[in-house]
Design a protein around this ligand. Structure first.
Ligand code: GLV
Ligand code: MN
Ligand code: MN
Length: 415
């Protein structure tokens, strides 16, 4: 054992978060790290080096999921996993995902430096492409680990520029058969993801940590509308087939369908609207929409998707445009494991931290790891509930409390 650090090195962890945040495709403080882009690769290298410095054994799978292992005294036992993602949507902040990766690493370093010896190995996992930015589907790495996305379907993924997953992963240095990404149930004895809440409750209530009992069910529908272009001045209004006007109806129909459930938990968003040709004096001939629909009740979420699809049929008929919709994903919600939650609760109490149980409305890689292992999540507050924005912020105290509880829980689960 080298130097013993008696407590968490929060200053060091914050410095690492700030350094990671500067590895961005955009001018800091804006963080953009699209999977397999130059910043994503530099960020991976930075984090992998930190893991090696911490004495962990680092390996990667064919899609770039990264595993940093602290070998337990009984290496035959299934490990306890922790971790999150370091890719970031365009115009993001410093903390989404990164708190779970660097905080997980700090929890491991602290346990090591305290002289703790785990019976089960502890593995830090850095998942590939939690964010859907490049391929339009979230949790690519964990989805494949859990065999929810087959290698065959993954091989067909393309980004907006038409570049395929196969070429992109190869140029990022990840090769080998995609078939090997899938993990067997039981590969992890348990998994805990530390993450910012991305909502306001913990801060508003002054509670240190949230113990996540359920993760809401996400879905995404991609819609393409083919209308008829033409001169914005010369073409009169009767008989127009304006693809953007049709898209506007669909966007509002989706919003209305989400509101109509009367449930606060139903949310729907159209986050992408690409207009062709995108000239002020040209009638839009083609539009591509990407929509995101979520609920903690999967069946109720599906009724909103059905309403959107009915609106597509209606708008197509009335406006004489052609509308194609593709259900990209419709994942069931996840329920967290009682025993892992109990370990988190014990840890929060032992660490003298306040806690509450809560639902995750955002999705996370844990949603998919739940298919192959008992899981739970640990949330910390973020200022104003703001996330997916450059002004996302979690204070060193909040992060410290989360890492403290995580470290204790990992120690308990790995003993
Ligand atoms: C994850 O980033 C999400 O959109 O919930
Ligand atoms: Mn995110
Ligand atoms: Mn995240």
């Amino acid at each position: 054992m080298t130097t013993v650090r008696p407590k968490l090195s929060i200053d060091g962890l914050i410095a690492e978060l700030l350094t990671l945040g500067k590895i961005s495709e955009a001018e800091p403080p804006v963080v953009t790290r699209v999977v397999f882009g130059e910043a994503d690769l530099r960020a991976r290298a930075y984090v992998k080096n930190l893991c090696v410095d911490a004495g962990l054994t680092v390996s990667e799978d064919a899609i770039g999921n990264t595993f940093a292992r602290w070998e337990g005294s009984d290496p035959e036992l299934a490990p306890i996993g922790t971790g999150s993602h370091i890719d970031a949507i365009p115009n993001a902040g410093l903390y989404d995902g990164c708190v779970g990766v660097l905080g997980g690493l700090e929890a491991i370093r602290t346990l090591k430096q305290l002289g703790f010896s785990p019976r089960r190995s502890i593995e830090l996992v850095i998942f590939t492409a939690e964010e859907p930015t490049r391929f339009g589907i979230g949790c690519l790495g964990s989805r494949m680990m859990a065999s929810v996305l087959t290698p065959e379907k993954a091989r067909n993924l393309r980004d907006k520029e038409g570049r395929g997953l196969e070429g992109l992963r190869a140029s990022a240095g990840f090769d080998g058969p995609l078939e090997r990404v899938a993990l067997q149930a039981g590969r992890f004895a348990g998994f805990v993801e530390l993450h910012i809440e991305q909502g306001p409750l913990l801060e508003e209530e002054g509670v240190d940590v949230g113990l996540v009992t359920h993760i809401a069910a996400p879905a995404s529908v991609r819609i393409s509308i083919e209308g008829e272009g033409g001169h914005a001045g010369a073409r009169l209004m009767p008989g127009r087939k304006d693809a953007l006007a049709a898209a506007a109806e669909l966007i509002l129909a989706l919003e209305a369908a989400a509101k109509s459930t009367g449930a606060i938990d139903t949310v729907a968003t159209t986050g992408v609207c690409e207009v062709f040709p995108g000239a002020v004096n040209s009638i839009p001939s083609r539009v591509r929409l990407e929509t995101d629909i979520r609920d903690i009740d999967g069946a109720r979420r599906d009724r909103v998707i059905d309403a959107l699809q009915a609106a597509c049929i209606d708008v197509e008929k009335r406006r004489g445009v052609t509308i194609k919709s593709e259900l990209v994903n419709a994942d069931p919600p996840a329920t967290c494991d009682e025993a892992i939650l109990a370990a988190l609760e014990d840890s929060a109490k032992a660490a003298g931290r306040t806690y509450r149980k809560m639902v995750s409305r955002a999705y996370h890689d844990t949603l998919f790891i739940a298919r192959i292992a008992p899981v739970a999540m640990l949330f910390i507050p973020c200022r104003g509930g703001v996330s997916h924005r450059p002004d996302e912020y979690a204070s060193p105290e909040w992060i410290g409390a989360g890492v403290h509880v995580l470290a204790r829980a990992l120690a308990q689960l790995a003993s």
